[in-house]
Design a binder for this molecule. Structure first.
Ligand code: PLP
Ligand code: COI
Length: 342
């Protein structure tokens, strides 16, 4: 298959429109069978549920070319499952895992020329999303919905290659206790826009959100979960909270650490005050993969990680290499992690 004429090695994390996307509509209580369309634009009534009351949820996953030339997705069943959880929380109709995977397969095959070649560092980022499409003016869920999936080829999420990121503790909260922090709803990101613009204006790469109830515990950043490495390099510590997104990357890294690297993994509440006890910190997510953190500033303090390392620290490097090795077919994956399309 001929590939699109793109400078694969130098892509940023931006939207590059491709020719094809998947679309299915929910009406009269059921989803239609779904199809590939060339139309990237959506025409909506002015009173559509998504426009008035932000009834929209999304997912993010990546498609890779493996070393031996197959086109694969990483754990898309978990994206389907998380989408269902998000839909239930926002009173939206669920889409079965079967239909999610079927739509993904159609989308990927229609965008084969945009799946970056192996070894370029680029990937095909996949964005599934659903929104309320019919008019609602009283506060209630819509009756009609659209689910779409588009693809866009991407490079690294953070500009400037692999470098230690500068984070700050946000003055704003991300998600209330018992709120929507554990689902992938657009509203969680709308609220983070002022915070990220402010962080960037102050010279930081990202925000760290603390638990809103006590503002003493680490939750996550605006677009990734966090993990920490103990000073002896033998243990990974992961913040546990009901209001953070259950990251598929982070859940996979727990398996990688335990089963591939023979490390101990502790999932527990992590206090901001104890950050000085860790040697490395990483941001983990589909877009971030595992990005190394250099410093976290907040409450008049600055904690720094990976003293003396230029890029990723030694433990984060091992985690990164093992995870990406699994994703690109160079290391044998646990059963069911890799969905092959071609
Ligand atoms: N946390 C937030 C707020 C995110 O937006 C993301 C991105 O999807 C993640 C964590 C990482 O989740 P995953 O590894 O499933 O991409
Ligand atoms: C992802 O990693 O897929 C996300 O949705 C994060 C977003 C900030 C790009």
């Amino acid at each position: 298959m001929k590939k699109a004429d793109l400078d694969w090695e130098n892509l940023g994390f931006g939207y590059i429109q491709t020719e094809k996307r998947y679309v299915t509509n929910f009406k009269d209580g059921k989803w239609d069978s779904g199809e590939i369309t060339s139309d990237a634009n959506i025409v909506l009534n002015e009173c559509a549920g998504v426009l008035q009351y932000a009834q929209t949820v999304f997912e993010g996953l990546k498609v890779y070319t493996t070393k031996d030339g197959h086109i694969v997705a990483f754990r898309p069943d978990l994206n389907a499952e998380r989408l269902m959880d998000s839909c239930k929380r926002l009173e939206m109709p669920v889409l079965s895992e079967e239909q999610f995977i079927d739509g993904l397969e159609k989308l990927v095959m229609a965008n084969e020329e945009y799946v970056p070649p192996f070894g370029t560092g680029a990937t095909l980022y996949i964005r599934p999303y659903m929104f309320g499409s019919n008019p609602v003016i009283g506060v209630k869920p819509a009756d009609e919905y659209q689910f779409r999936i588009f693809a866009t080829p991407v490079g690294p999420y953070f500009k400037g290659g692999i470098r230690p990121l500068r984070l700050c503790v946000s003055d704003f909260d991300r998600a209330a206790p018992h709120g929507t922090g554990n689902i992938k709803a657009g509203l969680n990101y709308a609220m983070s826009l002022h915070a990220i613009v402010t962080a960037h204006a102050n010279g930081y790469d990202e925000n760290v959100y603390l638990d809103p109830a006590t503002r003493t515990k680490i939750e996550e950043t605006g677009g990734a979960n966090m993990l920490f490495v103990s000073k002896d390099g033998k243990k990974i510590v992961i913040p546990k909270s009901d209001s953070i997104l259950p990251s598929i990357t982070r859940r996979s890294l727990v398996t990688v650490a335990k089963d591939y690297l023979d490390m101990e993994v502790e999932q527990r509440e992590v206090l901001f005050e104890e950050l000085g006890d860790f040697s490395e910190c990483g941001l983990c997510g589909t877009a971030a993969v595992i990005s190394p953190v250099g410093t976290i500033e907040g409450k008049g303090k600055e904690y720094s990680f990976q003293d003396g390392f230029e890029g990723r620290g030694p433990v984060i490097t091992k985690l990164y290499e093992t995870l990406t090795g699994i994703q690109t077919g160079q290391i044998e994956a646990p059963e069911g992690w890799i969905k092959r399309f071609a």
